[in-house]
Unconditional design. Structure first.
Ligand SMILES: Cc1cc2nc3c(=O)[nH]c(=O)nc-3n(C[C@H](O)[C@H](O)[C@H](O)COP(=O)(O)OP(=O)(O)OC[C@H]3O[C@@H](n4cnc5c(N)ncnc54)[C@H](O)[C@@H]3O)c2cc1C
Length: 526
């Protein structure tokens, strides 16, 4: 996956692309894969980096959504469970089965959740994971040795999927590229081209050079997450907001707070939210929140009350109380929720996806979740084929293996998410043993990975490497700041950049990553 050659294809195209996709998150990348697999010509432009938005900030679950089951939204749960099954099959290097324990602190909870999770198992049908069952108090403690035991009566164990969100995004970008699509990151859509009221293309800016160009397409898909309304207003300045934004945050803690392999799921906190504590890459991710936001930014920040909420609940359900000093990283993400009614209560807004086609032909897709990205892609490309006037084909992604597909994981933990590409990184190290050096003593990454990111995964900045090609920013934000100079040096050598570029990259990354380092809310504003 080479940025220069993709950019040249976009800039020098003489024929319109069948489909142009704006936005390189789960939704846009899934659409690129689906369209390219059907044989259409596809261009995708991402303003920042693939998965820079919501798609790198999820809870990392491939799930049917137990909360939607509670809400009685059976069709949404069914669809998500089906997609969970496909994704587990098509990306086994990134998705795995994870046991979740619902601890019960009241006698009535055991039978209630036990029956609910049996329904969840049944809905998954043939694509189901291991069956759920109720647990005695001792079994619950054996699975979660650090669970709060005061008033604990037992539990329920069920299974769902877990994944690495931004690694899946990179692999989807590679899959689309392998199928012939032209994808470019750090390239923003700044306007839409129209002929007699019909959308015929986009105006774009290469964010690395500032160069602008125009690109023509038969169908244009707006998959820009919480930014869909900004693109819609390029088409129709009077367009009313389609999405409401809800923020969710997570805290990352050391593994000792949840040392086993099972996650904790709290179906209903005191204020009615769902809370997870999930083992991930040898850390524990705790979250999330659901806070309606009136403004949104590219780099959302946790609110003090959100941090306090997650911290308070981590202390409530874990026997050893984490302190502020234990927090390795804190990250926030924005859900694009489709508005219905007044948009006041985001927890009640639709998690299902929506496709809107404007009079100009602009196709906007939003809502949904990572788990259902494939189905969203199938639906939007079905519409795009009609708008583009191309021969309709059936979606081919139900059985399509995603780039890196590998059933037997790599021996070393840091190389597992690369799937079949791990062998290439091992070969780089064999050729140059110094590339086995760690990026940082507290991070599980090696120098060779950065070379791989630059050469084959379109990493262009220190942030691309530390936030999304590796997960250093989330695993230990302070360590990632300390690793930035090494990454800048390795990247500069690969991309032919000078010292000034390295200094600017380190400064920019340090500013960004400081926002992920936990600071005591009481010290704010001092
Ligand atoms: C806290 C939280 C937890 C979640 N947990 C889960 C979970 O565990 N499992 C699950 O299945 N789902 C989960 N989700 C939902 C899931 O993450 C989202 O549904 C999904 O990532 C949305 O993807 P997207 O592509 O629509 O948006 P995004 O990922 O935001 O992508 C939009 C992209 O468009 C780009 N863009 C914007 N403007 C332009 C422009 N002008 N030109 C070019 N590009 C542009 C942005 O840079 C961005 O990369 C969670 C969401 C949140 C917020």
């Amino acid at each position: 996956m080479q940025r220069a050659s993709s950019l040249t294809r976009l800039r020098e195209a003489t024929e319109p692309f069948d489909i142009i996709i704006i936005g390189g998150g789960a939704t846009g990348l899934g659409a690129a894969v689906d369209a390219a697999a059907r044989g259409h010509s596809v261009a995708l432009l991402e303003r920042d980096d693939f998965a820079k938005g919501t798609s790198s900030r999820s809870t990392k679950l491939v799930h049917g959504g137990v909360r939607y089951l509670r809400q009685g939204n059976i069709s949404l749960v069914l669809e998500a469970l089906r997609e969970r099954g496909y994704l587990t099959r098509n990306a086994p290097h990134l998705v795995h089965d994870l046991a979740f324990v619902i601890p019960n602190y009241r006698w009535c909870e055991g039978p209630f959740y036990g029956v609910g999770m049996k329904v969840y198992d049944q809905l998954a049908g043939k694509l189901g994971l291991a069956p759920s069952r109720t647990l005695s108090r001792d079994e619950t403690v054996a699975l979660i040795p650090t669970i709060e035991t005061e008033h604990l009566t037992g539990g329920v164990i069920y299974h769902d999927g877990q994944f690495d969100d931004s690694r899946l995004a990179i692999n989807l970008a590679q899959t689309a590229t392998d199928l012939g699509a032209a994808l470019v990151n750090h390239c923003a859509v700044t306007g839409l081209l129209k002929t007699t009221g019909i959308i015929t293309g986009v105006r774009a800016r290469d964010e690395e050079t500032g160069a602008t160009f125009e690109l023509r397409g038969r169908a244009i898909i707006n998959a820009t997450g919480v930014f869909v309304d900004a693109i819609r207003r390029h088409d129709d300045p009077a367009a009313r907001d389609l999405v409401a934004v809800s923020q969710g945050i997570h805290l990352v803690l050391p593994k000792r707070f949840l040392p086993g392999d099972a996650a904790i799921m709290i179906p209903k906190t005191a204020d009615g939210r769902v809370l997870f504590a999930v083992p991930w890459h040898d850390r524990v991710v705790v979250g999330t929140t659901d806070t309606p936001m009136s403004a949104h930014s590219v780099e959302p920040r946790a609110l003090d009350e959100e941090r306090a909420f997650v911290m308070e609940h981590a202390r409530k359900y874990l026997a050893a109380d984490p302190t502020d000093a234990d927090v390795l990283s804190i990250f926030a993400g924005l859900r694009p929720l489709v508005k219905s009614g007044d948009g006041g209560n985001t927890a009640a807004l639709s998690r299902d996806h929506t496709i809107v086609i404007a009079e100009s032909g602009l196709i906007t897709i939003t809502g949904g979740k990572w788990t259902t990205y494939r189905k969203m892609a199938e639906d939007v490309i079905d519409h795009a084929e009609t708008i583009a006037g191309v021969n309709p084909c059936r979606s081919r992604t139900v059985d399509l293996r995603i780039h890196g597909w590998l059933e037997t994981p790599a021996a070393t933990a840091n190389l597992r998410p690369y799937g079949s590409d791990a062998a290439h990184i091992v070969a780089l190290i064999r050729e140059t043993p110094a590339l086995a050096s760690p990026l940082h003593a507290r991070l599980p990454y090696q120098h060779a990975e950065v070379l791989w990111h630059a050469r084959h995964e379109m990493a262009r900045t220190v942030e691309d490497v530390l936030a999304r090609r590796t997960r250093a920013l989330l695993l230990d934000a302070q360590a990632s700041i300390e690793a930035a100079p090494t990454v800048a040096r390795l990247l500069a050598a690969e991309l032919g950049r000078d010292d000034a570029w390295q200094h600017a990259q380190i400064a920019a990354y340090t500013t960004l990553a400081r926002g992920y380092v936990y600071t005591d809310p009481a010290s704010h504003g001092r």
